[in-house]
Design a protein around this ligand. Sequence first.
Ligand code: ITT
Length: 180
Amino acid sequence: MKTVYFVTGNAGKFREAKAMLEKLDIEVQQIHYEYPEIQSDDLDSIAKYGARDAAMYLKRPVMVEDAGMFISALKGFPGPYSSFTFKCIGNEGILKLMRGVEDRNAQFRSVIGFCEPDQEVITFSGSVEGEISNEPRGKMGFGYDPIFLYQNKTFAQMSIEEKNEVSHRCMALRKFAEWL
Ligand code: ITT
């Protein structure tokens, strides 16, 4: 069995990656290390920088993941600033910004960066289209899941298995697992 070291402080991300990769016979272990997150509009650059730093510091092959929710009517906000925005204004804040807005389209994006010490970083990306709901729904998942509608359910109304069939993260993870 292969083992992958996932450097993340986000328990929700880790649970999803573990559920998905273990089905493919890949063991996943979480490592807590706060790698620097550069300021950039581009998730790929953020994941690359983080993976390179974590591999060098931890002296082993690692994966990191940078993700974000991009809302069309807000010109892509919160995008790369999703984590900070969630901590500051949460789902209620996003719903307030979206009050009365007709175009509810949004996209989740994920970029996985994998790096071995002194090697180039390899990235794998995935995305999913959805809509911002009018009110929070569901108790599962994490972050923006209760307000991200995929077809007629929010991500927070889906089990990990259901979310792992369609999410941005599962798309990126599937590409990564194939490459591994
Ligand atoms: P690490 O950097 O430690 O992995 P993080 O939570 O800071 O954890 P990101 O920088 O990638 O991760 O932040 C992305 C934020 O976007 C995350 O904190 C959530 O609020 C949100 N997010 C990303 N993927 C999500 C998903 O599948 N469901 C709900 N919210 C998500």
